[in-house]
Design a protein around this ligand. Structure first.
Ligand code: FAD
Length: 430
């Protein structure tokens, strides 16, 4: 039965403000204007990190792919990302266990870890130059109670076969100089320049025959055997399958219970003296609300982000940039007094979250041939990699039962009631 989906007109300026530091001098893949209607195997809408990962994977599987973006690919949310490529999910394993039971929660965490490993392998196999570096993470307790919760979380992770150590204050302070009650130290994460990574993946796809088209898709008509992407010009693209990789510019899919947008802010300092940085460039994130996350860069800058709140108006988000930058700077100084906190880049972006911290990946209900690849959350890029693998397998007819864990119509808690319950239980939402 034919069905339709309207796409909205959110543009990059609505999604990001300020100016991030990523590979603006990197080579940008050539984007061609749409000059005629045509047919293709797969049309991917969106050329950010998600669209780029999906395009790379599908072209590796031999599909003929077209990537459509109405603006410069990569300059949406991807350019705002702090690109901490973590397998630790916004919801702790303990929280996921409450929602889905231990076995399912543990399997989800292991898949997340496998996704970061897969991404590292992909970058290595193609020799992609994008500042990709394997990193440990430190998940820092904010207080005494937080330390107890972290211990429970670590014990649960151990039961799930996940790697990591629990560090109490003396060890944490001796090894890392962080004056916190406790932390979980975990291997297996990474960092990168998200814009360089996106550009390189698109380039690899193009070298395998993919086309990158500049057009705005305004609607999709699914007619069973094919999907028609209607554009804002006179032309249409007919595809056997369409992948939605439109980031936080999400069409009005029927699942408001699961998804909401908020805003996050970030800064990059001036380069630090190498000896003034913490050990091993470890990725840091805090068990607090609003939370703080930190990483370093190739040229020894500190990137610090957080201060998330539920601002959704882009103008208001951008107006808050100076105050939020100041707040992040203060927190950075408290956590790492050696930091030279002079700021060279400050930016902000829309941030999408789901109630269970998991992405929205898979068939779009009621739209035959249309698939969603929505990473979302602090693990957006990790989940984009997972989305590429899952959609590739689905199109090749080898989907697995566990794909349901990420389905758009999964039986998950409603955002509103989940937030309310969490607050009642005295938890802080990260
Ligand atoms: C401040 C901040 C910090 C973050 N930090 C991290 C982090 O440390 N680690 C992490 O993993 N994730 C992080 N994220 C999340 C991560 O950035 C996102 O999950 C990721 O960038 C989403 O990429 P995307 O390709 O899906 O979206 P985008 O990069 O926004 O790309 C979507 C593209 O689709 C195009 N498009 C949309 N609609 C249409 C249409 N109708 N027709 C044609 N083109 C269309 C847009 O022009 C855009 O270029 C962070 C996000 C923010 C804002």
């Amino acid at each position: 039965m034919p069905s339709d989906l309207d796409l909205n007109e959110v543009n990059h300026d609505d999604l990001v403000g300020g100016s991030s530091l990523w590979g603006r001098n990197g080579k940008r893949p050539t984007c061609y204007p749409l000059k005629q209607s045509f047919k293709t195997d797969i049309a991917i809408i969106g050329g950010g990190i998600t669209g780029a990962l999906v395009a790379e994977h599908l072209t590796a599987r031999g599909f003929f792919v077209v990537v459509i973006d109405r603006e410069q690919p990569g300059f949406g949310s991807t350019a705002a990302s702090t690109a901490m490529l973590q397998w630790e999910i916004d919801r702790t394993l303990g929280e996921l266990e409450i929602l889905y039971g231990f076995e399912r929660a543990a399997a989800i965490y292991r898949r997340s870890a496998a996704s970061v490993a897969g991404l590292a392998k992909l970058v290595g196999a193609h020799g992609i130059v994008c500042g990709f570096r394997p990193r440990n993470t430190l998940y820092l307790a904010n207080n005494h109670e937080g330390a107890r919760e972290l211990l429970d979380e670590w014990q649960l992770r151990r039961r799930a076969g996940l790697p990591g150590h629990y560090l109490e204050h003396p060890d944490l302070f001796t090894q890392y100089e962080f004056d916190r009650d406790a932390a979980i130290l975990s291997p297996g994460s990474a960092e990168a320049d998200p814009l360089l990574l996106t550009g390189a993946l698109l380039q690899i796809s193009i070298s395998r025959g993919a086309r990158l088209i500049n057009a705005s898709v305004t609607a999709l008509n699914s007619e069973g055997r094919h999907v028609t992407a209607v554009t804002d010009g006179p032309y249409v693209i007919e595809a056997r399958h369409v992948v939605l990789a439109t980031g936080y510019s999400m069409p009005g899919l029927d699942m408001p219970k699961l998804h909401r947008t908020s805003s996050s802010w970030a800064l990059a300092t001036v380069p630090q003296k190498p000896d003034d940085l913490w050990r091993d460039g470890t990725l840091l994130w805090e068990d607090s609300h609003p939370y703080l996350y930190l990483r370093t860069t190739d040229d020894n800058r500190i990137i610090a982000g957080g201060e998330d709140d539920d601002t959704i108006d882009p103008g208001e988000r951008d107006r808050k940039l100076p105050a939020k930058t100041m707040a992040i700077r203060e927190k950075l100084k408290r956590l790492w007094p050696k930091a030279d906190t002079r700021v060279e880049h400050a930016w902000c972006g829309t941030f999408g979250e789901t109630a269970d911290g998991l992405p929205l990946i898979g068939p779009v209900p009621g739209m035959a041939g249309v698939y969603a690849a929505y990473g979302y959350g602090g693990n957006g890029i990790t989940f984009s990699y997972l989305a590429a693998q899952m959609i590739g397998a689905t199109l090749a007819g080898t989907q697995r039962e566990w794909f349901e864990d990420f389905a758009l119509d999964r039986d998950a808690p409603a955002m509103r009631s989940f937030v309310a319950n969490s607050m009642r239980a005295g938890e802080e939402l990260r």
